[in-house]
Write a protein that binds this ligand. Sequence first.
Ligand SMILES: Nc1ncnc2c1ncn2[C@@H]1O[C@H](COP(=O)(O)OP(=O)(O)O)[C@@H](O)[C@H]1O
Ligand SMILES: [Mg+2]
Length: 256
Amino acid sequence: MSIICVSSPKGGVGKTTCTANLAYGLRRLGYRVIAVDFDPQNALRLHFGLSLDDSRGFVENAVHSEDWSSLTVEVADNLCVLPYGYPGQQLRKTFEQYLLNPGFLRSRFTSLDKTRGTIIIADLPPGDSAALQAVASLADLRLTVLLSDSASVSLLPIVESGDYYPANVPANSRHGLVLNQVDPRSRLNSEICTFMEHRYGDEIMGLIHRDEAVSEANAKQRIVFENAPGSLAAQDIDALVNRVMKELVRLEKRGG
Ligand SMILES: Nc1ncnc2c1ncn2[C@@H]1O[C@H](COP(=O)(O)OP(=O)(O)O)[C@@H](O)[C@H]1O
Ligand SMILES: [Mg+2]
């Protein structure tokens, strides 16, 4: 089982879009992928074709159910989603309390690991949260999504401080940045992108161009690969998927 944590100190940067596209892309490579929504906005499911009035969600049963595989919604062969749902304030708080217990999420994630080659990919709410601490302390790969704009640059000290992710990340794990909404037509955007590439080098795991194809696909509840396979964003996401897959294989080999 491999675990990917997709987060950001900032909202609206493309975390959910990246999570969904990575899930589809990794599945295309033959993995069994389970996408888990830890954001009360409950938006991840919309990328998997679930309708707005579908109220299914795992959080309301997360504490009492020891086997989370019974809470998954299968959306395609080898592709499942655990929508956040609408648990209400009390159940949400209880869930967050349980997330503080180090063994809780580990055992629930293990319950999802029914076949070899399972990848769990978690979409987090913006900023710090009990979910971020719990997921990042288990994840093989921590992906931080940022935009190439000045607001994201101003958040770099938070990411660099080492305080954003928990201190106890797994020894055999790594961090990667995804720069989203890259726009070569904007000078500022390009300059920031060059700065980030220079500063972070190999830690940058993907650049995704700003592309209408992404928002159009989101609006149609389709995935960019299917809706606009020739688009720039589809090519970028394809490259990101391949890079992520390589990192997971490398980490697995290192871990023995
Ligand atoms: N590369 C991109 N090009 C154009 N629009 C994008 C791109 N990535 C994300 N978006 C749009 O930005 C908005 C925020 O994306 P979302 O994935 O919901 O962000 P987050 O989960 O970080 O809040 C959505 O409307 C999405 O369609
Ligand atoms: Mg989101």
